[in-house]
Design a protein around this ligand. Structure first.
Ligand SMILES: C[S@@+](CC[C@H](N)C(=O)[O-])C[C@H]1O[C@@H](n2cnc3c(N)ncnc32)[C@H](O)[C@@H]1O
Length: 287
């Protein structure tokens, strides 16, 4: 016999299953996934716990619930993530944009005037979130996003089109600056920086479901900074700035790597939690 079920009982059941799977944000996630499964907005889910499930709604929700129990992030399940108040499409080929990375946007914006039109190079663009957020703030700016992953570049191109920024941005396949020509007023990057030994401690959402190519910084987490330092030094126009995201404990070590590549470290900016998050660098005065 079919049970008559309400949305409220469906959510309660999901919360129990999510808690059993070790998920902290169980109720919030259940609501977001129900909203996605039903094609509703989240406020409608909250406002209608007595809604009687319609044919197919339980099944649609169950498919998402199983993925979340397997510790796939909500962003990857719904295929979308907000960053800098913009909506980005997310697939299994890219890192979901992180709120911490908004620190890079805040500090980069302060380095140029509101009506600036810098040429921007984004190393390891992924979803394109950093580059597209900056282009959304500077209507005259233009940018190049590079990534070694063709699949990630397809996601970035799609995001540029959906945000109406495709006329001011190009994306190309490159191993850091391998296929890049010229120099830029602003270089940004959030490279992979997880040390091999830190992978076991990562949340399952990251370790199991995000691309290793977007995460792994080698034995000590600094491999990408070693490659990026010289690439940034080659691509900085005179007087230009670079902003590079780092792990919370990499302020000194990553700064030393960039300095040894001939860059001058101008500041290490902290995120809202007070952790070192972004290195600001320029060309060394000695070079
Ligand atoms: C941590 S993710 C950052 C993505 C995005 N910029 C963001 O902030 O969410 C790092 C990105 O660097 C790319 N990547 C890794 N190695 C690379 C390389 N050698 N050259 C270019 N991109 C690379 C990965 O494919 C991934 O998209």
């Amino acid at each position: 016999m079919g049970r008559v079920e309400t949305l409220g009982t469906l959510l309660d059941e999901a919360v129990l299953r999510f808690e059993a799977a070790g998920i902290d944000s169980a109720r919030l996630d259940a609501r977001l996934l129900a909203a996605h499964a039903f094609g509703w907005d989240a406020s409608r889910v909250i406002a209608h716990p007595d809604h009687m499930l319609e044919p197919g709604q339980r099944e649609a929700f169950e498919a998402l619930l199983v993925r979340r129990e397997g510790r796939e992030s909500v962003a990857h399940i719904v295929g979308q993530c907000e960053f800098w108040s913009l909506d980005f499409t997310v697939t299994g080929d890219v890192l979901a944009p992180r709120p911490d990375s908004e620190t890079l946007i805040e500090v980069a914006l302060k380095a140029f005037d509101k009506d600036a039109a810098p040429s921007i190079l984004d190393f390891g663009t992924g979803t394109g979130c950093l580059l597209l957020a900056l282009l959304s703030e500077w209507p005259e700016a233009r940018g190049l996003g590079v990534d070694i992953s063709e699949a990630a570049l397809a996601v970035a191109k799609n995001n540029a089109r959906r945000l109406g920024l495709e006329d001011r941005v190009r994306f190309q396949m490159s191993d850091w600056d391998g296929t890049v020509d010229g120099q830029f007023d602003l270089i940004i990057s959030n490279p992979p920086y997880i040390a091999d030994g830190d992978f076991p401690a990562l949340a399952p959402e990251v370790a199991r479901h995000e691309p290793r190519l977007a995460l792994s910084g080698g034995a000590d987490g600094l491999d990408c900074y070693r490659a990026l330092g010289p690439a940034i030094a080659r691509r900085l126009a005179p007087g230009a700035r670079a902003f590079v995201e780092i792990g919370f404990d990499q302020g000194e070590t990553a700064a030393a790597v960039l300095t040894s590549a001939g860059l001058e470290v101008l500041a290490v900016h902290r995120d809202l939690a007070g952790n070192a998050r972004v290195i600001e660098a320029g060309a060394s005065k000695e070079t």
